[in-house]
Design a binder for this molecule. Structure first.
Ligand SMILES: Cc1cc2nc3c(=O)[nH]c(=O)nc-3n(C[C@H](O)[C@H](O)[C@H](O)COP(=O)(O)O)c2cc1C
Length: 160
């Protein structure tokens, strides 16, 4: 593996903690994807059809703005992209992220946290938005994964 980056979006801190652990095990740099407009508790209410997250996730063309930008992404050979599963897939802000950069020659490795759902079609969705990238199907990670388990997964994906 060349230089690696772990980047993530986290609305309530779970993915953030997993991303920090992953970056430390992978000896990767860490970068948070900040929404221009932070998600409030009400925004995240999935039982409300009119909440911000419901409205965004019901519109495949939704692209919530990002206020943080990675310098020179081409320096990385592997970019891990983490997010919470929202409605069985990547949040729309991850679609914004995938369209922001030229991922040529970069292997993108999705990872997620969730209440139980797997990562689903997120990898395929992300691949469709990233010209030139190689996007793997990725994996759901949990906060209690051991360092050995994380190491094993990292070794697996960097060989793909
Ligand atoms: C709008 C919304 C939709 C969600 N949809 C799912 C889902 O489809 N399946 C699931 O297992 N968890 C779902 N969750 C739970 C989150 O994936 C889970 O709590 C995640 O670990 C939160 O990560 P974060 O703290 O980094 O934001 C959803 C949460 C929200 C706010």
């Amino acid at each position: 593996m060349g230089k690696a980056l772990v980047t993530y979006f986290s609305a309530s801190g779970v993915t953030k903690r997993v991303a920090e652990k992953l970056a430390s095990v992978a000896e990767a740099e860490l970068f948070e994807i900040h929404p221009e407009k932070k998600y409030t508790g009400q925004d995240l209410n999935w039982t409300d059809r009119n909440s911000r997250s419901s409205v965004e996730m019901n519109d495949r063309s939704s692209r919530p703005a990002i206020s943080s930008r990675i310098d020179n992404i081409s320096q990385y050979s592997h970019v891990f992209v983490g997010f919470p599963v929202w409605w069985y897939r990547e949040p729309s802000i991850i679609d914004t992220f995938m369209e922001m950069y030229d991922f040529s020659n970069i292997t993108v490795i999705p990872f997620c946290t969730s209440g139980g759902s797997g990562i689903g079609d997120s990898g395929r969705n992300m691949q469709n938005l990233a010209s030139g990238a190689k996007v793997l199907s990725g994996k759901r990670l949990t906060a209690n994964m051991s360092i050995e388990e994380l190491k094993r997964w990292i070794d697996e994906v960097v060989d793909e």
